[in-house]
Write a protein that binds this ligand. Structure first.
Ligand SMILES: [Zn+2]
Length: 80
């Protein structure tokens, strides 16, 4: 398989990312098995994985295995 964006090689990797439920609650997905382009970093998720993510976003709390609090660095533009 080749990257649709740049034609680079796709390698299988565990990736982490945040998605939002319908009511705008963030869910952090960790160690999701995905194909990642070695050149541009584009992520490819297979149909089964996308379906599970969809279900988790629909079901919300039922699929949550743990909760973490994440330190947030605020980097907004300074308005003086
Ligand atoms: Zn690429």
């Amino acid at each position: 398989m080749r990257c649709f964006e740049c034609g680079g090689d796709i390698v299988e990797k565990d990736v982490s990312f945040v998605m939002y439920t319908k009511d705008k609650k963030p869910i952090f997905f960790e160690d999701v098995c995905a194909g990642v382009c070695v050149q541009c970093g584009e992520k490819y998720l297979d149909g089964h994985t996308l379906e599970r993510i969809g279900n988790i976003l629909e079901e919300g709390d039922r699929e949550i295995t743990k909760r973490v609090s994440v330190p947030v660095a605020s980097m907004a533009c300074a308005h003086h």
